[in-house]
Design a protein around this ligand. Structure first.
Ligand code: G6P
Length: 450
């Protein structure tokens, strides 16, 4: 079996378009987008992720070894400066409980929720703590708030700025200025790499490597995927070209939701990471498809009723990892009352999960909905690196085919500016006023329920 394979047989669902027509309608645009990705220099704003698989790893490994000497690592960051880390840890380590990872205990302080901020600190405060601040802009209020709080606690307990690492833009931002004026460590988040495309640079790799994840293998997988996607010019043999076209087709035919449903608890954060990538990159100019994260088999018992018998407004990707990290089988059943369960005797739990994935796929397709079946040989660093690159490539390619810029996020910036205004940051007074006006509208027609 190949490491990663895509089956498109049911991907057109109830559409009357054939694969030949799909290629006729979108093939040229897909190839043009492929050329654009291949020919735009990677130093161009937004395009830097294409070159990340070739990055040297020495600095990453050296910094990771330094971090591994701490009892705990707290990373502050949000969005693209957090989801990739969570995704890698969950997929490649025992990322379920954050308890049995081989390196230091790792905590990601993404949401600036005081309950969580404090709860993390209570867990780590007795030991030696490293603080890692990740922010491309070096200014995001959620990240800065928590950075300031944890740094102050760190200093109070006698540690210093030498226990801090910031990963940020090479020139701009408050983090960069802090790094220039203190003895903390600093690494670059390349200027041409946007936050949500940054997991294969120090932003994602340093803490991953500190916890024992094989960063060179991640990059190796990503490089192999990049070379394949760039070289394969045949629409029928390149899954990114085909999938980009299929997404556009379904968006035009009234299926504006893209459900990603891995059948693996280790991939729950993969769906979260994908959701940011897809939504921020493609939701523009009144266009875009809404990414929906689902998890098999859990959502089989929650969402599948809607997926099969609800409206035909979704496109599904089911991910099945053929090999799970461990194999557990159901032991022989000797208790009389449990004998109706004998059909489970000796069956693998992972094998059952895979069969459930197949069953759900079949049920969705039987209901007439479009579905792509994505099969992974196993979940290792090379495969995850390749899959990460695949989705980054697919997203950028689809954005180009839609005629939008897949590397900016103007709609998110507005909310950031409003928050700056409300928090009293100089230069954002007008934004604060605007929030007031909008909020008067929101608060009208109020009902006090209790
Ligand atoms: O890395 P930062 O600059 O702190 O940004 C963190 C996040 O902020 C915003 O929400 C952007 O829309 C995201 O794309 C970004 O990942």
């Amino acid at each position: 079996m190949k490491k990663i394979s895509f089956s498109f047989g049911a991907s057109l669902g109830g559409s009357t378009t054939t694969f030949t027509e799909l290629k006729e309608s979108f093939g040229a645009a897909a190839l043009a987008a492929q050329r654009w990705l291949a020919e735009t220099p990677s130093c161009t704003e937004g395009h830097g992720w294409l070159a990340l698989p070739d990055s040297p790893v020495e600095e990453i490994e050296e910094t990771a070894a330094w971090l591994a000497g701490y009892d705990s690592v707290i990373q502050v960051g949000i969005g693209g400066s957090a989801l990739g880390n969570l995704m890698l840890n969950q997929a490649l380590l025992d990322g379920f409980y954050n308890e049995s990872t081989p390196g230091p205990k790792f905590y990601l302080a993404d949401n600036p929720d005081p309950d969580k901020t404090l709860s993390i600190w209570e867990r780590v405060k007795e030991g030696r703590v490293a603080l890692v601040g990740v922010s491309k802009s070096g200014a995001t209020a959620e990240t800065m708030t928590q950075f300031l709080w944890y740094r102050s606690e760190l200093l109070k307990k006698g540690q210093s700025d030498a226990d801090i690492l910031v990963i940020t833009d090479p020139e701009k931002g408050i983090f960069r200025a802090f790094a220039n004026g203190s003895d903390c460590r600093v690494m670059e988040l390349p200027a041409s790499v946007g936050g949500r495309y940054s997991v294969l640079c120090p932003a994602g790799l340093v803490t991953a490597a500190a916890l024992g994840i094989d960063a060179p293998a991640l990059l190796k997988g990503a490089a192999a995927m990049r070379d394949f996607l760039t070289a394969e010019k045949d629409f029928d043999k390149n899954p990114a070209l085909k999938l980009g076209a299929i997404h556009l087709l379904h968006e035009r035919e009234g299926r504006p939701m893209s459900v990603l449903m891995p059948y693996s608890s280790k991939m729950a954060y993969f769906a979260e990471w994908y959701a940011q990538l897809w939504a921020e990159s493609l939701g523009k100019n009144g266009l875009g498809t809404t990414p929906v994260r689902a998890l098999g088999a859990i959502d089989q018992h929650s969402q599948v009723q809607l997926y099969t018998e609800g409206p035909d407004d979704k496109f599904f990707t089911l991910i099945c990892a053929e090999g799970h990290g461990v194999e557990l089988s159901v032991p022989a059943i000797e208790h009389e009352a449990l004998s109706p369960l004998k059909y489970l005797d000796g069956q693998g739990i992972g094998a059952m999960l895979n069969l459930e994935a197949k069953s759900t796929a079949a049920a969705i397709v039987k209901s007439g909905h479009p579905l792509v079946w994505l099969e992974l040989e196993k979940l290792d660093a090379e495969t995850v690196g390749a899959l990460v690159f695949f989705y980054e490539y697919l997203t950028a390619l689809t954005g180009r085919m839609m005629g939008i810029n897949p590397f900016d996020q103007p709609g998110v910036e507005q909310g950031k500016k409003y928050t700056y205004g409300l928090m009293g940051r100089a230069g954002y007074e007008k934004d604060a006023e605007e929030v007031g006006e909008w909020f008067r509208k929101i608060a009208a027609e109020r009902i006090e329920a209790l």
